[in-house]
Design a protein around this ligand. Structure first.
Ligand code: NDP
Length: 259
């Protein structure tokens, strides 16, 4: 991604993989790059690391308030980002924000189900809907053939736990099922495949990435890799994506995953 992708927006950028992605992108030399680092409460202590990072990269990192579970917040953030973008479009949208209650059918709470679907599926869909005009703008103004992340792309962060093929094998790896999370991310996969077809003619690429099992608040201390390795892998994969990967599901090493 070095030197490529001008305008990038990342949701859930105050901690975990989102924060690491902002950090790695900001450290890559790319004149004119703008990174819209979105989080639901920029003034909260949990956004302090992001605010400090933004101070080190003035004019590059723009911290934007965005709660993906709240439509008015999504619309407000789209207006704000639009005013910074001006006539330039948005090249890359990374739908990273998510929540993951650890439950099964017997322990699942209705509120967790609703919040998880609102955040992981509905929120992702509405964020894409509101930012689509900017992505279309970037695709149109690029003048480049084909599809790529430096032209116009949406990367939806999914998980191997959403794989129906792999479910019998990987359910045994976890003490609890993370049932609601798995079902929501399987929904996100279907959403992405549909969007890949819906916006093909606009030249906007849609791809799902699994970041690996990563040591973050969500992945826990037993994760196999750290956020740095996961994000550098995902950025390399993003750099290699073309129209062949539209509607695809890959891991952070670029390996295709089964649905
Ligand atoms: P974390 O739990 O560390 O971070 C989640 C981020 O999402 C936080 O910034 C959180 O913000 C944000 N978020 C949650 N709800 C909302 C909301 N309504 N609006 C805005 N932001 C919100 O998770 P990871 O960094 O580990 O995960 C990032 C992505 O990677 C997720 O999509 C996850 O499903 C996926 N993934 C992670 C794996 C892992 O092993 N870690 C494995 C497979 C996939 P706040 O601080 O405000 O809560």
């Amino acid at each position: 991604m070095a030197g490529k992708v001008c305008n990038v927006l990342i949701t859930g950028a105050n901690r975990g993989l989102g924060l690491e992605m902002v950090k790695q992108l900001a450290e890559m030399p790319c004149p004119g790059r703008r990174i819209f680092a979105c989080c639901r409460d920029p003034n909260a202590p949990k956004a302090q690391s992001l605010q400090e990072l933004a101070k080190k990269h003035p004019g590059v990192i723009h911290v934007i308030r965005l709660d993906v579970a709240d439509l008015s917040s999504i619309q407000e953030s789209a207006k704000q980002v639009g005013s910074v973008l001006g006539k330039d479009g948005l090249n890359l949208l990374v739908n990273n924000a998510a929540m993951a209650p650890y439950d099964n059918t017997q322990t699942a709470k209705l509120k967790d189900l609703q919040d998880t679907f609102q955040t992981n599926v509905i929120g992702t869909m509405m964020v894409t809907k509101e930012f689509l005009p900017y992505l279309r703008e970037a695709a149109k103004s690029s003048g480049k053939p084909g599809m790529s992340c430096c032209k116009a792309a949406v990367i939806n962060i999914s998980t191997i736990l959403s794989s129906i093929t792999k479910a019998p094998e990987n359910i045994s790896l976890f003490p609890t099922l993370a049932l609601t999370y798995r079902v929501s991310k399987a929904g996100l996969n279907m959403l992405t495949v549909c969007q890949a077809q819906e916006f093909k003619a606009d030249g906007v690429l849609f791809t799902l990435l699994h970041p690996g099992w990563v040591r973050t608040d969500m992945g826990g201390a037993d994760g196999e890799i750290d956020a740095r390795e996961s994000v550098s892998g995902m950025l390399r994969v993003m750099d290699s994506l073309t129209e062949k990967h539209n509607g695809g599901f890959l891991d952070y090493k670029g390996q295709p995953l089964p649905w």
